[in-house]
Each structure stands twice: as structure tokens, then as C-alpha cells.
Design a protein around this ligand. Structure first.
Ligand code: BG6
Length: 502
């Protein structure tokens, strides 16, 4: 490829929420980091008829509203200058031909082959139509002479194993796996990326990271928001498909997998797939699952409606807005260790946390004195207040031996500052650099669906357990873990939050 030939980043579905909230602000951030070279162009297409100027105004407003860095007027002007807009009908063949012409025109006659990234920020049911349209217009092949063509898209990758396979077949019939970037934005969260370093880069953690020392592991992805304006998608998906199939399964894999041979994308993905296949063999998943749905309630003093009262939601909807499950990984490392996972909307707090609960200390030394010892806990706080806390037992000052759990904290922001890249900033950067490590491979998606299907299908017509908005979910989830003599460890503010002045 000639130097001075542009990279063109095409966004399908550019007037939608994802583009406006995430993609444009993330691209603006990359602009501020000088990651977009002089020739980088952003071609936005969507169904809406709006002029290029009108679209740029909307883009500017979105960047100003959602950028996590302070917006500089001059830089924003430069960024907007890279953006073009064209109305586009996804089902019209001629629009793909026009798109191709437009890309060629943007490239200029001196650039026969350019780098092309296509971001499909569109509902999953349109993906098949779009990739086929692209193929007919010869937009999918790697360009002869060096330029690359990459396609990026997001979940939902189908709604069950069958539809996911169908979608994958369609995509693979026109793209090669090496061109495909399937986003799971959780993989780009700093503390999630840190898991590999923490586990395999420290001799104090990995030897204790197995069934011999760990009693059980909890993973919580809790949100305070409700369905918002996504009723159409969410009411057919529910929490199991929306969060468990992807984000929670990925967290679980990274917590449980064995050390990969290298840090290459393929080696890491191979280890993750091994975990997913072992989970899929778990028995009783269905009877260890709890389906919940939020009723009305109050969060931070605000009265909130029940899920079934939300705009565009069926009054008799059976959709799960909460899900909890106990599962096992049938391998040498984890046999017999329960993993309790849960996610929900309209819960008491927003927090994603992984907690390793260690076995009770065996020493009789303190028990003989009637002293109770707490289990050691290792908290990995993915968000907010990113960090790691190790809770262990210590002596309380004084003449008597009294024991109390204390915390040893790593506060990510205190050490590294508040400027860690946001997920989409990192992911878009990686797509441009051809690094697939933080993206999911097809077999990860496939095995994950095998697990989810075993629950989602028989569950379809089951009534969800209602829980009051602003609580930690239905009582049945407490019973699920309570039957084993354990309880959920609800997220709480770590001590270092005070240092951050929050
Ligand atoms: C998305 C889900 O994948 O993740 C949303 O579709 C959810 O329903 C979101 O709110 C949570 O992401 P984050 O980064 O805010 O934890």
C-alpha cells in the first residue's frame, strides 16, 4: 500500500446509540492521542436522511456529551473534518455499489488498495443482509497489494446456538476468521486485562488459585439502570443472553483458565474454550438457576417503575432482568468448587466484582481460644473503583488476642491515575493494529451458547421471581447460595474510595 493512502473506517448504523455514545467519543479520544493518521477517514452510513453538515453537528454534540476527556474545540473541528455521511438502505443492492464508489473516491486514484474497517453497529438481524450486500459489491475481500479489510460487530451473536451458527456461517462465507473482530467490551476493561498478569505474573497468587485453597468464587455484574430505551432488543434477550452469555462467561474463563502457552490471542482463546467445554458438561445447571425480574422500587430516592410498566415492554413479559446460577468446572483444577454468578438490572448498586473466597484456615490455634476466623477474601473490582483488595485476619491492638479481618488494597486509579483507556478506545485501537486478543473467537461464542441454551430453552415460559428495584435481587437467589451454607458478598465501597475524594 502506498503511504498517504487513507484508512477508511465505515460505520453502518451511524445514527444509533452505540455510534453516538461510544464509537465517536472513542475515535475522538484516539484523535487526541494522535492515533489517527492524517489520512484517516470516517464514513458514516445509516438509514436516516440527514445532510453531512447535519450529521457532523450531531456527531459534535455526541462527542461533547459522552467524551470522557475534555473536548478541545480545535481538535474537535479536525476530527469532524474526517467524517462523511451518506444515507443508506441496508437492503438496496445499489447502495452497496455506491458505497464502493464512494470509498474508491475517498481513496483517490493513486491508492488502488486502502485499509478498510467496517463497523456493523446495527441490530444482529441485519448483519446477514449487510455482509451479503458487501460481498456482492466486492467489499469484503482483503485488497490485493497490501490493504486490509476488517469487519467489527457486537453481540448479540444470535439468540441461541442455532441462530448464532447461522449468523456465523453467513459471515464466514464472506470473511475469513482473521478479518473478524467480535466485540465483548468487558475484555477491554483494565481490571479484566489485569487478570492474566495478576494470576500468572505473581508467585503469591497462582499457587493458591485452585480447589485446594478456594472454597468458592462469586462473580457479580450489577447495574442500577433499567431497560432504558432498548425494549425492543432487551425484551427478547433478557439478562441471560445480554450479559451471561458473553461478559460473565468471559470473566469466568479468565478467572478459571490454566496458563496459556503464550500471550498470543490464539493461545489465550484456546484456554478459554477448554473452560467453556468443561462447564457445558456440568449437570443440574437448570435447577441451580434463578430467573428474576424487577418490580417497582426506589434507587437513590427516585421511585422507579416495574419492568412490566416500562415503555414498550409487554405487560405480561416473562423476560429475566436478573439471573443467578451455580455452576461447576469439571477439570483437575476446579472439580467440586462452586462458581456462583449473578447479574441484574435495577439492583442496589452498580458494580462488577469477582470474589475468591478461600477455605477456612485449618489451624486449631485460635479456635481453642474460642476465636472465630473469617475466610480470606480476594476482591477483584472490575468497576467502579477499580482495584484489588485482599482481606485477611489480623490482631486487634491490645493485651488480649482478638482477631479482625483487615484489607490490603491496590487502588488502580490512585496508582495509575484516572486516565486508563475506556473499553471502546482500546478496542478500536486494537482493530486498527490488527490485534485480536481482546475479541472473541467463534468457538468461544459457540460453546457459550451451548451452556446458555440448556437454561434459556426450558426457561422460556417460566415466571420470573420478582424483586424490588434497589435491592440485591430475588430471595430465591439468596436461597440458591444459602442452601450450601454460603451467602452472596454484596459489593461495597473499598476503603481507598476516600483517597479518591469520592
Ligand atoms: C451490555 C449490555 O453489553 O453491557 C447492557 O447489553 C449492559 O445491557 C452493559 O448495560 C453493561 O456494560 P458496562 O460496561 O456498563 O458494565
Amino acid at each position: 500500500m502506498e503511504t498517504n493512502c487513507p484508512t477508511i473506517f465505515t460505520i453502518f448504523g451511524a445514527t444509533g446509540d452505540l455510534t453516538q455514545r461510544k464509537l465517536l467519543p472513542a475515535l475522538y479520544f484516539l484523535e487526541s492521542q494522535r492515533e489517527l493518521d492524517g489520512q484517516f477517514r470516517i464514513l458514516c452510513v445509516a438509514r436516516r436522511q440527514v445532510s453531512e453538515e447535519g450529521f457532523r453537528k450531531e456527531a459534535a454534540a455526541s462527542v461533547r456529551k459522552y467524551s470522557r476527556i475534555k473536548v478541545n474545540d480545535e481538535l474537535l473541528e479536525k476530527f469532524l473534518g474526517r467524517i462523511s455521511y451518506a444515507p443508506f438502505h441496508f437492503s438496496k443492492e445499489e447502495d452497496y455499489a455506491l458505497l464502493k464508489e464512494r470509498l474508491e473516491c475517498m481513496a483517490g486514484t493513486h491508492c488502488p488498495s486502502i485499509d478498510r474497517i467496517f463497523y456493523l453497529a446495527i441490530p444482529s438481524e441485519l448483519i446477514g443482509t449487510v455482509v451479503q450486500g458487501m460481498e456482492k459489491a466486492s467489499l469484503t475481500k482483503q485488497a490485493q497489494g497490501g490493504g486490509y479489510t476488517r469487519v467489527v460487530f457486537e453481540k448479540p451473536f444470535g439468540s441461541d446456538l442455532r441462530s448464532a451458527k447461522r449468523l456465523n456461517r453467513t459471515i464466514l462465507s464472506v470473511f475469513d476468521e482473521s478479518q473478524i473482530y467480535r466485540i465483548d467490551h468487558y475484555l477491554a476493561k483494565e481490571l479484566v486485562q489485569n487478570l492474566l498478569v495478576m494470576r500468572f505474573g505473581n508467585s503469591i497468587f497462582e499457587p493458591l488459585w485452585n480447589k485446594r485453597y478456594i472454597d468458592h468464587i462469586q462473580i457479580t455484574v450489577a447495574e442500577t439502570i433499567g431497560v432504558e430505551n432498548r425494549a425492543h432488543y432487551y425484551d427478547t434477550a433478557g439478562s441471560l443472553r445480554d450479559v451471561v452469555q458473553n461478559h460473565i462467561m468471559q470473566l469466568l474463563c479468565l478467572v478459571a483458565m490454566a496458563s496459556p502457552k503464550t500471550l498470543n490471542a490464539e493461545d489465550i482463546r484456546n484456554e478459554k474454550v477448554k473452560i467453556l467445554t468443561r462447564i457445558a458438561r456440568s449437570k443440574d445447571m437448570l435447577s441451580y438457576s434463578v430467573k428474576g425480574q424487577y418490580a417497582s422500587g426506589e434507587i437513590e430516592g427516585k421511585e422507579l417503575p416495574a419492568y412490566r410498566q416500562e415503555k414498550d415492554i409487554f405487560r405480561s413479559s416473562l423476560t429475566d432482568t436478573y439471573f443467578a446460577m451455580k455452576l461447576f468446572i469439571r477439570n483437575r483444577l476446579w472439580r467440586g468448587v462452586p462458581f456462583y454468578v449473578r447479574t441484574g438490572k435495577r439492583l442496589k448498586d452498580r458494580a462488577t466484582e469477582i470474589v475468591l473466597v478461600y477455605k477456612q484456615p485449618e489451624s486449631r490455634l485460635f479456635k481453642e481460644r474460642g476465636l472465630e476466623l473469617e475466610s480470606n477474601l480476594l476482591f477483584i473490582r472490575v468497576q467502579p473503583d477499580e482495584g484489588i483488595t485482599l482481606q485477611f485476619n489480623a490482631k486487634v491492638p491490645g493485651n488480649k488476642v482478638l482477631i479482625e479481618p483487615v484489607d490490603m488494597d491496590f487502588c488502580h486509579e490512585c496508582k495509575f491515575g484516572p486516565n486508563s483507556p475506556e473499553s471502546y478506545e482500546r478496542l478500536l485501537h486494537d482493530v486498527m493494529h490488527g490485534d485480536q486478543t481482546l475479541f472473541t473467537r467463534w468457538d468461544e461464542v459457540e460453546h457459550s451458547w451451548k451452556i446458555i441454551d440448556r437454561i434459556a430453552k426450558p426457561w422460556k415460559n417460566r415466571q420470573p421471581h420478582l424483586y424490588e428495584a434497589g435491592t440485591w435481587g430475588p430471595k430465591e437467589a439468596d436461597e440458591l447460595i444459602g442452601q450450601d451454607g454460603r451467602k452472596w458478598i454484596n459489593p461495597s465501597k473499598p476503603g481507598y474510595v476516600a483517597l479518591l475524594g469520592r
